[in-house]
Design a protein around this ligand. Structure first.
Ligand code: SF4
Length: 169
């Protein structure tokens, strides 16, 4: 069963969301809250912020994962009942952002928990967050299909680095 079909079956009417900050500068968190304000009014689509991970269908992760919060993030993921979805909100949660190689950051959210949807941007616009939720619910099609997987992209990056090193001697 595809992820889209699973979402449609498991979450037919609403997504209850728990939002966590794993090291964010607060920019992404403000946009997540913005989505819930009367202007964007995500609640009309059944998207509702809840105060406990035990009530949530979806975990929204904002910020790079710092060493300090890694274990707490794993426990938080375990606390959300299955079936569950994880959204990485913002470039930091997608891959570490500008902090990806700093000493106290492990990287993006997928370094510690499985991530289903990535919404990049620094921070992503509220429209992008809503669009990501709509794609997850099967209400909107993806605008573009990925041509390379993340691993394929990293392999190409690695081989081009090696080639450059050989060239420079
Ligand atoms: S993606 Fe940008 S706005 Fe979001 S936490 Fe990182 S630095 Fe802040």
């Amino acid at each position: 069963m595809s992820l889209k079909n699973l979402c449609q079956k498991a979450f037919p009417r609403s997504l209850w969301v728990y939002h966590t900050n794993t090291g964010s500068c607060n920019g992404c968190d403000i946009e997540v809250i913005n989505v819930l304000t009367p202007y964007y009014d995500a609640e009309r689509f059944g998207i509702k912020l809840v105060g406990s991970p035990r009530h949530a269908d979806v975990l929204l992760v904002a910020g790079p994962v710092t060493r300090q919060v890694a274990d707490a993030t794993r426990r938080l993921y375990e606390a959300v009942p299955s079936p569950k979805l994880v959204f990485a909100i913002g470039s930091c949660a997608c891959g570490g952002g500008i902090w990806f190689d700093t000493y106290n950051v492990l990287g993006g959210a997928d370094k510690v928990i499985p991530v289903d949807f990535y919404i990049p941007g620094c921070p992503p616009r509220p429209e992008a967050i809503l669009y990501g939720a709509a794609v997850a619910l099967g209400l909107a099609p993806k605008k573009a299909e990925p041509e390379l997987s993340r691993q394929e992209f990293l392999d190409i990056l690695e081989s081009s680095k090696e080639a450059a090193e050989v060239k420079t001697g």
